[in-house]
Each structure stands twice: as C-alpha cells, then as structure tokens.
Design a binder for this molecule. Structure first.
Ligand code: ADP
Length: 297
C-alpha cells in the first residue's frame, strides 16, 4: 500500500506544535519511525489511524485521503496503541475472539480457527486459556499484536511496541514483525529504541521535536554518518578538553587515560581514527546535527 504524508502539522490546543510540516512517502514492507520521547511519533500514529484529525496536511493511502475514507481505511487497518490495555476477566483466546467479533469476523467457527492461528503465530497457543491480565509483559504485547492482526489488515500500525520489554522479548517481537513484513502488508513501527530499526525496515524516518530530520533507508542513514565518527585515545587532561568541544558517545578506560568515540562534522583537533559508523552512531549524528536530508528510496 502506498502511503503519502503531505504537509502534515499537528498543533494541540495548548499550543504544542507536535508535528511540523511532515512530508513522507512509503510503501509495502516495514517502515520504522524513530525518535526520542516527545518527538511526535504517537501524534503521527494517531493521525495515521484516523483517531485524530491533523491541524493541516493530508495522509493519502493509495491516493485516497484517509480523512474522507475513514471507514475504508479502518477496515484494512490493524493498530497496536502505545497504552494497550485488556479487559481483565477474559481468557487470552476469549480476548482475541472478542477482538475478532469487533473486526467483523461473524462466523464463530472460522473466528476461533483464526484466533488459534494467530495465537500460534505470536507464540501464545500454550497460554490460550490463561487470563489475559495474568500474562507476562512480553506476552501481553504479543497478544496486542495478535489483536492488531485479526481480520487480515493490509496496514499494521504499532506504536512503541517494545518499550519496557526485556531483550529476549524485544527480539521475539522484532522477529514476529519481520515475519509479517514478508507478506504483502505495510507495517509502521514507531520506537525510541535504535536497535528496533533493523535491516528489515525498507524505509525509516527520524523525528526530532516534531521535525523530520531524515527519511530513507537505514543503510542510507548510516552512510550519511560516514566520515563523522572518530576514535581517540586521550590523556585525562585532553579528555576534559574534548568533552567540552565534542559529542562523546562512548568512553572506555585504558592504561594511558580514556578511549573515546565522538561524533563530529569534521575531524577533531586531536589524533584520531575514523570509524565505520553503525546505526547508533548515525542516530546520534543526525539528532545532534539536525540535518534536513531527504534521500531517495
Ligand atoms: P512521542 O510519541 O514521540 O513521544 P508525542 O506525539 O506523544 O511524541 O508528543 C509530541 C509532543 O506533543 C510532545 O511535546 C507532547 O508533550 C505533545 N502532546 C502530545 N499529546 C498532546 C496533547 N493531547 N495535548 C497537548 N500536547 C500533546
């Protein structure tokens, strides 16, 4: 599905300008929306799923304005909100069965078959009879994604799904999403965790304080940080001077003082080695330098 975001602004009644003239375009596959807390990710997600009307601008899905076609959009949409909650008394399968009824799956037998298929897909079949509110944090999140997948949506929006999960569960969740992205669906994943953005994402965007600071592939993001990451070995005296002028992203104690990595536009005035950047470096580089870059697909 082709999604085009054009000139999007969100200004809340209290004056908070949460989205500033956002223009973005992406298609089928996984799209990662990365940014720190307060960047505007949830605001963008709420607009995408038509829970909120933007102050200005439009979102087009296959060329159709979502505000004018809310019903059609919702029928092809799965959404896992950031603050996803369950009804307490329901068993895991019952919760999903209920979600299925809401999604319009009328035939009970087919619905239950679909419930079990989804529980299996997210690794919850063994706990299908457990009360949903007794599941672990990671399991609850996986039930959340199962709930978003019921009714076979073409567009799946997941808002910060890995927040608060331990590393095992994060990897598990990521694997579920990347398996999904093999199918012909559009997944929009928002996160403040750089590690959630992987090569599985065909496209990504970086948001900071409501502004789009990068859009392109994760490879392009990293490529743009090439020549801007340096390793230096410093005496304690030089360390203090570097700290004042440069953005230090890691510090390791060594015999002669400190080994540090910095992100900088130009080579530092200290003896240094240029490093091949990783995605963490690239993220810091873009966030600090707030470059306005539009890169091709
Ligand atoms: P993120 O999801 O990246 O953390 P949000 O979209 O939640 O970002 O928030 C972006 C900005 O908008 C923040 O400054 C936040 O305080 C503000 N904001 C979010 N929701 C509201 C609201 N309902 N009313 C006023 N300001 C809001």
């Amino acid at each position: 599905m082709k999604i085009e975001i054009q000139g999007l602004n969100q200004i809340y009644p209290n004056g908070n300008h949460a989205l500033k003239d956002i223009n973005l375009e992406f298609g089928t596959g996984m799209f990662g929306l990365l940014g720190p807390n307060g960047a505007g990710k949830s605001s963008l997600m709420r607009i995408l799923v038509t829970l909120m009307k933007p102050t200005s601008g439009v979102v087009l899905v296959e060329g159709q304005d979502i505000q004018k076609h809310r019903k059609e959009l919702r029928s092809i949409l799965g959404y896992l909100p950031q603050d996803f909650r369950f009804f307490t008394a329901l068993k895991t399968w019952e919760f999903l069965d209920y979600s299925g009824s809401l999604a319009g799956l009328k035939n009970k037998r087919e619905r239950i078959a679909e419930v079990d298929r989804l529980l299996d897909q997210v690794g919850l079949l063994e706990v299908r009879d457990r009360q949903a509110n007794r599941l672990s944090g990671g399991m609850k999140r996986r039930l959340g994604i199962a709930q978003a997948l019921i009714g076979n949506p073409r567009i799946i929006v997941v808002d910060e799904p890995t927040t608060g999960l331990d590393p095992d569960e994060r990897i598990r969740f990521r694997n579920i999403l990347s398996q999904l992205s093999q199918h012909d669906v559009t997944i929009i994943l928002s996160t403040h965790i750089v590690g959630d953005i992987s090569s599985t994402c065909q496209g990504m965007a970086l948001l900071n304080k409501g502004e789009l600071v990068f859009s392109g592939s994760p490879e392009n993001l990293v490529k743009n940080a090439e020549g801007h990451v340096f390793k230096l070995t410093l005496s304690p005296y030089d360390y203090e001077r570097v700290k004042e002028h440069y953005n230090i992203i890691s510090t390791i104690p060594v015999e002669s003082g400190w080994e540090v990595q910095i992100v900088s536009d130009t080579a530092p005035d200290f003896e240094s080695i240029s490093l091949i950047p990783n995605i963490e470096h690239a993220y810091v580089y873009f966030m600090e330098h707030k470059l306005h870059t539009e890169l091709g697909e």
